[in-house]
Write a protein that binds this ligand. Sequence first.
Ligand code: SME
Length: 151
Amino acid sequence: MSFTHLKPKIKTILANDTELPMQRLTEICELLQSSIGYYDWVGFYFANEEEKTLHLKAFAGEPTDHIIIPFGKGICGQVAISNKNFVVPDVKAQDNYIACSIYVKSEIVIPLFKDGENIGQIDIDSHSVDPFSTEDERFLEWVNEEVATIL
Ligand code: SME
């Protein structure tokens, strides 16, 4: 998978300051979900440090019930604490996992840092088994760095 052609599109979306930041993030979710075949659901969660919860602020794909996730719960909640990428090739192998859809087989969650602080994450669900590579990790780290510049 080559992500090169998506980078200028992401920069263009983020540079559109006639829109609110979360509208721009929704467009990034839509771009990624529609351009990358195995990205079936794409969302951004952001942390509420006082409540120790993650809140879904932008997404593309089927609506989910899991708009608020406590720190520590599921793959997302674990990344809120670990500050590390979490690649799940097969969700069935995970005990601490929150199922959003029966079709989801794999997931990748990459923390989003602003001024060195883990403020949220990008979360991608796939209907394919084991589709994510280190290229996805590097690309999504880049996406989050770009997003951090408008937050
Ligand atoms: N599966 C995630 C929950 C969020 S949904 O994928 C949209 C988790 O285990 O944290």
